[in-house]
Design a binder for this molecule. Structure first.
Ligand code: AMP
Ligand code: MG
Length: 343
């Protein structure tokens, strides 16, 4: 593969043409990076194992890490998944409330889904994106689309077309540029299960749909926190992930910061506020703020991967990250910071 074409999707009048170009690639078993509301996805026809194999090759993703499958309608879920009777009701409620949107459901899979998509698991992870381009492409293709984040494995997820270019330029035929991603963090992944009184929702990955938003649908089960030595609770949710090339350290307490002579440190600050953070504690070589001034978690989520990338490219020797409050979206951000700090 030589050149990666950037297809501009900013003109709504040209959307049909853009969608058709993406569909043309998917139909011949090729890959295309597409915008979603969470992060950019690397799309392939989910029912074509050769196309899906290319996703693993391009991302250098280990085959034990299964892919999320995007559908274009509620009905298309039944093409790829067998929803058991005892969770039909809760699944329907969750889809109605959060689809299209950043919520992925793990359900028993149907035979037509190739093993390479699910890493041989008997389940498949399904989602419906709310991004107009992704939605339109899946609908126009008329088949489910496998689309993991459009970055190389373990690296920072891309929230803009230029970030995808940095990750995958020369490896894929095209990137559709649909602007910056609205949510900025990967989808929440849950596995619904029948419970004694209420359904049980196992949160496999924290994301934009928070525990607080899911509580009304059932009893929430959160997996134990990952440690490097533990088997991941969800396949692919590895202890080390989302890692910048530059070492990153999540520091709870600024008094634990003992700078080494001659080393350049960058700060990943939450809101930059004097009282709350580390910003005035040291002469940082580079500072990036997740939510400049006001400390809003939603803003921090949108900016998270962008800011991480900026720090990674700033030439510092180590990135020091402040913690954010671990409620709502902060759970997903802290989860990513922990994984980014594991080497
Ligand atoms: P992404 O890289 O954002 O596409 O997310 C893929 C993640 O979804 C994987 O790393 C898994 O953790 C999770 N996943 C996909 N399929 C399944 C499945 N069948 N069961 C449990 N988790 C899954
Ligand atoms: Mg990913």
């Amino acid at each position: 593969m030589s050149e990666t074409r950037i297809i501009d999707a900013s003109d709504p009048a040209a959307q049909n043409k853009v969608v058709q170009e993406a569909v043309d690639l998917l139909e011949v078993g090729e890959l295309v990076a597409l915008p979603t509301e969470t992060v950019y996805g690397l799309a392939a026809d989910a029912l074509n194992p050769d196309a899906v194999a290319k996703v693993f090759a391009v991302k250098e993703r280990p085959e034990f890490d299964p892919l999320i499958v995007h559908v274009g309608s509620f009905e298309q879920v039944d093409e790829v998944a067998e929803v058991p009777d005892d969770i039909k009701e809760v699944v329907a409620k969750l889809m109605k409330a959060h689809w299209p949107g950043p919520l992925t459901l793990v359900l028993p899979k149907k035979d037509c889904v190739p093993d390479i998509v699910t890493s041989g698991l008997p389940s498949v992870a399904v989602r419906m994106s709310g991004h107009p381009v992704m939605k339109a492409v899946v609908r126009a293709l008329g088949r489910p689309v496998a689309a993991p984040s459009a970055n190389r494995f373990g690296r920072i997820s891309p929230t803009s077309a230029s970030a995808v270019e940095k990750e995958l330029s020369g490896r894929i035929p095209a990137i559709v540029d649909g602007g910056a991603c609205r949510e900025g963090l990967e989808s929440t992944i849950i596995r619904p299960e029948a419970g004694e009184k209420r359904p049980v929702l196992h949160i496999l990955r924290a994301g934009p749909v928070t525990k607080e938003m899911l509580q009304r649908f059932g009893k929430i089960e959160r997996p134990k926190r990952n440690r490097a030595s533990e088997v991941p609770e969800a396949p692919g949710q590895l202890a080390s992930h989302y890692a910048p090339v530059t070492p990153l350290r999540l520091l709870r307490d600024f008094s634990d910061f003992k700078p080494e002579e001659g080393k350049k440190y960058g700060l990943l600050s939450y809101c930059g506020a004097e009282k709350a953070g580390f910003i005035d504690g040291y002469d940082w070589a580079h500072v990036e703020q997740l939510s400049p001034g006001n400390g809003k978690l939603a803003e921090a989520a949108v900016r998270f991967f962008y800011v991480l990338r900026a720090l990674d490219e700033s030439g510092v020797d180590e990135i020091i990250a402040e913690p954010v409050s671990e409620t709502g979206l902060g759970v997903a951000i802290m989860d990513k910071l922990r994984r980014a700090s594991v080497r």
